[in-house]
Design a protein around this ligand. Structure first.
Ligand code: FMN
Ligand code: SF4
Length: 655
């Protein structure tokens, strides 16, 4: 036990024959920081920094074991000598930080993600539900060879000094495909009853145990619930857990939910799920595991939640992926009694969306993600203190203001509104999106900590600028809604989404029955607005000129978007453009040349469209007032929240 406010979280635990310093773990997290399938410094730093930041066990992202099953150039391969030095250096650094590095061994089987592998090989001939890939059905010899491949990679990692491996048997990948009666349709020794379906993973674990040091950790991540008919449910997961635990070979169990079907939404439960949404499943598994440690995970975001999960015996270890993406120093801050300074994860899944577009992992408000020194990074002091005015207190302006102040500048932040947060504040008031306000709250707290002078209800006009007497101006005045094309031909209530949410208009309009939402935005905030409109009106129809909706929402959270919209009986009309509204009849053109159509009895049209920069200051006049003028966020170019906050950070670092 420790004298920390979280005594359970910071107590040691034996996992296999090793002792972990505390219960905090980074579960496997794809970063796409590798290049040409080789480890890079940033790949290592991501793991090292989380260990330096207080996580006792860090699990690497997926490591490929089979040359035929490598999805993309950013997947680290475990079967190639060229990665030995990278593994060794990462393990040594994590060892030195008092942590343990565990590598997640992975084979996708039929699950082909967004990037098909060279030669998909799987358990049975049923198509992958996401990509519809039909894999080559492995024969007995193929399976035995694959067992050898897994063992060889584990052996290599053992010799590189890693603390252990975790078998990736969750999320619908190959080991999961063997375990599940939903995907394993075999009638030979590798299928059928629970004993047959578990044979593959038992052979892997036994082979690795025989080939590696006695204290080499062997973990298994498997489903607690696949949430598909005929798949592994919590009862079956408990039976599998008990069966595997009885061998005494597996040192810990972790549980991921869902698989690569529509239940994928469960594997990174977003802000619409409850905190610790799947903890009850872990409690059941902990009983089944009979003393083998269980890692509880899934939308755990604060040290309080982690501590309570341990107290309530939901698990022995706590896995936090997204909370560690947003703050590498989660553990140290919690242990030092500075939990309020943890950069909060709001569980919107943008980071997950980045990597699933093949991009490097990126995060809203952690611009230092994956760089050396991330865990104890502070803005470096400026050479000379300056007077800086930040005009606009949305997330871009707030980030610029606190970061500049932390560097020693004297910062005045001007907000035209009586609240901080700009348009993000409106988004946070939408159904289910309240967590977004935690980003503003964190920035505000930092601004207070570093002494930013905040001026609320203080619009700055061009005339005011001259009187500010500052060295530097950072403009973060945001952007405003742009009326849709053909607005001039629309005769009827036509209002931007933001105005609808802001003002008295909503009280007037929402008494009407039928609303149309023009969606030329496709972000999560727009579907939060849609949820609000669906509650306000009897009937809601959403139009977009694209062939699909929710293209700016990560794939996992977009499942929830569709689920909520269809659940509320919202009608979705893709590939159309509104061209006229007269006497309540809205005329739509099909953008691909299909027949036009009309919607009758439309009471209100609400639009979310590409925004227009809101500035109003003459560049020449600005240049006379301050030596440096920087435009950030939407007022530079209207983009997303990540661009706004990162822009604020970089501007403050440039002052
Ligand atoms: C960006 C990202 C990448 C992930 N990559 C992996 C992975 O490589 N292997 C894996 O088993 N799970 C992966 N996951 C799932 C996490 O390990 C974890 O199970 C899930 O995010 C729920 O935990 P959390 O609520 O603490 O984020 C990933 C999650 C995120 C957000
Ligand atoms: S981008 Fe969103 S989900 Fe990802 S770590 Fe940051 S706050 Fe959490």
């Amino acid at each position: 036990m420790t004298d920390s406010a979280y005594p359970q979280l910071f107590s040691p635990l034996n996992v296999g024959q090793r002792q972990l310093a505390n219960r905090l773990c980074l579960p496997a997290t794809v970063t796409n920081f590798a290049e040409k399938n080789l480890i890079t410094e940033r790949w290592s730093n991501f793991l090292i920094e989380r260990s330096r930041g207080g996580a006792a066990m860090v699990v690497s992202e997926i490591i490929a074991v089979d040359p035929e099953a490598v999805a993309q150039a950013t997947t680290v391969i475990g079967f190639d000598d060229r990665n030995n030095d990278g593994f060794r250096a990462t393990a040594e650094a994590i060892d030195a930080a008092g942590g343990a590095l565990v590598a997640q061994l992975w084979h996708p089987g039929r699950q082909q993600l967004w990037h098909p592998t060279k030669a998909p090989a799987g358990v049975s001939d049923g198509p992958d539900p996401y990509s519809w890939t039909v894999a080559h059905v492995m024969q007995d010899g193929d399976i035995r060879k694959l067992v050898d491949d897994f063992v060889a990679v584990a052996k290599r990692l053992d010799s590189c000094g890693l603390a252990g491996i975790e078998l990736h048997g969750a999320h619908g990948y190959l080991i999961n495909q063997f375990l599940s009666p939903w995907s394993n349709l075999r009638s030979d020794d590798w299928g059928g009853d629970l004993i047959g379906r578990s044979r593959f993973v038992r052979m892997l674990a036994a082979g690795i145990r025989a080939a590696c040091r006695a204290d080499f950790i062997i973990g298994l991540k498997m489903p607690g619930s696949e949430a598909v008919d005929g798949g592994i449910d919590p009862d079956e997961a408990a039976r599998i857990t008990a069966h595997l635990a009885a061998d005494g070979v597996i040192d810990y169990f972790a549980y991921g939910q869902g698989n690569f079907s529509l239940s994928l939404e469960n594997h990174v439960p977003d802000m619409y799920f409850q905190p610790g949404h799947f903890l009850e499943i872990h409690k059941k598994m902990r009983v089944a595991a009979g003393g083998v440690p269980v890692m509880a995970l899934g939308r755990i975001g604060s040290p309080e939640e982690a501590e309570q999960a341990l107290v309530d015996k939901f698990g022995d270890l706590i896995g936090m992926s997204r909370a560690h993406i947003s703050d590498a120093a989660f553990g140290i801050k919690a242990r030092r009694g500075a939990a309020e300074t943890i950069r909060p994860c709001v569980f919107d899944n943008s980071s997950w969306g980045e990597i699933h577009q093949g991009k490097p992992l990126a995060e809203f408000h952690n611009p230092m993600l994956g760089y050396a020194g991330e865990a104890d990074w502070q803005p470096q002091p400026a050479d000379a203190g300056k007077r800086v005015a930040v005009i606009g207190a949305g997330p871009a302006g707030l980030e610029a203001a606190w970061t500049a102040a932390a560097r020693g500048h004297q910062v005045d932040l001007y907000s035209a509104s009586k609240q901080l947060g700009g348009a993000l504040r409106l988004e946070a008031a939408l159904p289910g999106r309240g967590d977004m306000a935690r980003i503003i709250d964190h920035q505000h707290q930092q601004a207070e900590r570093f002494g930013v002078n905040v001026h609320l209800n203080h619009p700055i006009t061009a005339g005011d600028l001259g009187r500010l007497a500052v060295d530097n101006i950072i403009l973060a005045t945001g952007a405003e809604a742009r009326p849709p094309e053909h607005a001039a031909d629309m005769d009827g209530p036509l209002i931007s989404g933001r105005d609808y949410l802001r003002g008295p208009a909503r009280e007037h309009i929402k008494r009407f029955k039928k609303a149309v939402l023009i969606d030329q935005d496709q972000t999560a905030a727009t579907y939060g607005l849609a949820d609000r409109l669906a509650a306000d009106f009897d009937q809601l129809i959403i139009l977009t000129s694209r062939p699909n909706f929710a293209q700016a929402v990560n794939y996992c959270s977009s499942i929830g978007v569709y689920r909520r919209l269809y659940g509320a009986q919202v009608e979705l009309l893709p590939a159309v453009k509104p061209v006229m509204l007269q006497a309540g009849v809205l005329t739509l053109e099909n953008v691909y040349g299909g027949p036009a159509r009309t919607i009758d009895a439309v009471d209100a049209v609400i639009y979310v469209t590409p925004r227009r920069v809101m500035d109003g200051f003459e560049p020449a006049a600005l240049a006379q007032i301050a030596s440096q003028v920087l435009r950030i966020g939407d007022c530079r170019s209207p983009r997303n929240l990540m661009a706004a906050i990162h822009g604020g950070h970089h501007a403050a670092m440039a002052v």
